[in-house]
Design a protein around this ligand. Sequence first.
Ligand code: SF4
Length: 249
Amino acid sequence: MKLHPVIALKPAGADIPARDFQVGGVAPFSATDYPGKLAAVLFVQGCPWRCGYCHNPHLQPRPSESPLAWPQVLDFLKRRRGLLDAVVFSGGEPTIDPALPEAIAAVRELGFAIGLHSGGIYPRRLAEVLPLLDWIGLDIKAPFDLYEKITGAPDSGRQARQCAEAVLASGVAHEFRTTVHASLLSEPELLDLAHTLAQMGARNYALQVFRKQGCASDELNAAARSGYPSMQLVDQVSALFPAFTLRRD
Ligand code: SF4
């Protein structure tokens, strides 16, 4: 997930209901978070996984109150009508929030297309919101039997597989994307993952080469090396999908 300048909105006050949608930050303008559309990005607060390369570790805790007041976020979006095409719910993990369907409905009512970034953590909640989306970017972190090495969470590979299957069954426009770091995924593992996704029916896949910016892991930052993955591997992966993107800074 990407780093963005985050606008300052008033923190939530005591008058905001506990179940109010929890937003930890807002990026007012992005040309890179929803393919082909100008979007605002809402960073939902909370994520139960602990990926070492997480660029938003400050969004992992789930406090009892929203850092930003949801009514103020909606007011901000109202003022962006006509200037933006879409709103992307990102995180953290947006499906952690039980109020996500209502939040999506409120934003759609303003006339925006709806995008979602998900780590693939909550299959049931994801299935619930898929009919409300125009596009989803789903992280696929590793071959499903190797997930715990990345996320630190037992059973995370099963959850992620169920989420991937739900996205493909839904027909919602998608991008599956994998962050790659030589210490976390070998090239044979990466190729194995790409074959699995292609066999499942994924049509749009992206490899995102690890970036040090925003990563709190000294170990991963020190072990990052250029030239990984090799172009030979990238070509092999690319050939498996109708649409493929390599993101390398
Ligand atoms: S799933 Fe995403 S938000 Fe959660 S720890 Fe991993 S990279 Fe960070």
